[in-house]
Design a protein around this ligand. Structure first.
Ligand code: TRP
Length: 355
């Protein structure tokens, strides 16, 4: 039996505006992967209901993330671009995974603990089950690789736990029906229906920090707009925010070791590296010994060159919501076909009568 074909899947929630952290942590990687892989990119609108049911303009936020995908350079013909709620199979598989996963697994998720806060009894059931829907998003396509930020690593581990438990619980049926696929798990060769999906987290910067405080993640909910570069910022706003970014008085070091305990310097060097497609080491080879008064203008110029065209393109695309809806409709049709092929087998494995 053959191995799983490599397939990339990722999802972005339609909440708030995207910023540089989302671009470097997700979108830029999505764009790079489309040259080497078959890719499916999803706006996960059902996930955004776990925070608040009553959203301000959920539809417009979904369009805005889609526009950001397209403006960043994701080709919706070559890849599949769609919104989660149009492919019902995600919700169907999520229900099945709710019955595979254990409450204890969900209770251990740090994202759940952070978001639920102290009053866990009052959190929505959807917030608790969030990772089960995420596992369904990925596994309904039997995707093998998922580019995500490092905060999603734990959810990917849980996705593997769910896949493994399903593969074990139904191993006999999977074998009888001949639906198993060989895969390597460490040194071992195993056979299962769902792949054990790997996260793709590496890159020049795995976590983009606030421009005002190098110990906090760049975030859409930070009250200071100077703390982040929004994907919709125009050139002068981008340049101004970089020039005002917090730094320390020392010149840049020539080696990585010199960035330890200098979180703001480390962040700006990482941003430069990620935007220029190099490493922090080679940025320091170029700028080691120089002051921020020289480095910041170079970074501002690079950021404007890379990001301002995306903002412009986003505005152009957003002016035509019917076009965006068309892209999502067409992508959903293609996604549905693939998802339904998996679900037909899943129903048969489980014993759900299907027609
Ligand atoms: N949980 C992810 C986040 O907040 C979003 C997401 C939902 C996702 N489903 C996914 C990411 C599937 C990757 C794959 O960033």
């Amino acid at each position: 039996m053959s191995e799983f074909k490599e397939l990339v899947f990722s999802g972005v929630q339609p909440t708030g505006n995207l910023h540089l952290g989302n671009y470097l942590g997700a979108l830029q990687k999505f764009v790079a992967l489309q040259d080497s892989h078959e890719c499916i990119y999803c706006v996960v609108d059902l996930h955004s209901l776990t925070a608040t049911m009553a959203h301000d303009d959920l539809a417009d936020q979904t369009r805005s993330i889609t526009a950001a995908f397209l403006a960043s350079g994701i080709d919706p013909k070559k890849n599949i671009v769609f919104n989660q709620s149009q492919v019902l199979q995600h919700a169907e598989l999520a229900w099945i995974f709710n019955c595979v996963a254990r409450i204890g697994w969900m209770n251990r998720m740090t994202q759940f603990k952070d978001k639920a806060g102290k009053d866990r009894e009052n959190a929505s059931l959807g917030l608790l089950a969030y990772p089960s829907l995420m596992a369904a998003d990925i596994l309904v396509y039997r995707a093998t690789h998922v580019p995500v930020g490092d905060d999603q690593k734990q959810h990917l581990e849980l996705t593997r736990d769910i896949a493994q438990k399903f593969n074990n619980d139904f191993s006999r049926r999977i074998a009888e029906l001949g639906y198993g696929v060989d895969m390597e798990v460490g040194e071992e060769k195993v056979n299962g229906f769902f792949p054990l999906t790997e996260p793709l987290i590496d890159g020049a910067i795995t976590r983009v920090m606030s421009l005002r405080d190098g110990s906090k993640k760049m975030s859409k909910s930070d009250p200071s707009d100077l703390s982040r570069i929004n994907l919709t910022d125009e050139a002068d706003a981008i340049a101004k925010k970089i020039k005002k970014a917090k730094t320390d008085p020392e010149p840049l070091p020539s080696e990585l070791g010199g960035l330890i305990e200098r979180p703001e310097a480390q962040n700006l060097v990482g941003i430069y590296a990620a935007l220029s497609g190099t490493t922090s080491t080679s940025v320091l080879t170029e700028f080691g010994g120089r002051q921020f008064s020289e480095f910041k203008p170079a970074l501002a110029e690079l950021a404007v060159e890379k990001l301002a065209p995306i903002a412009g393109e986003m505005r152009r695309i957003l002016a035509d919501p019917a076009y965006i809806d068309g892209v999502l409709r067409e992508g959903s049709g293609r996604a549905r076909e693939k998802a339904e092929a998996t679900m037909k087998m899943v129903r048969e494995i489980i014993g759900l009568i299907d027609g």
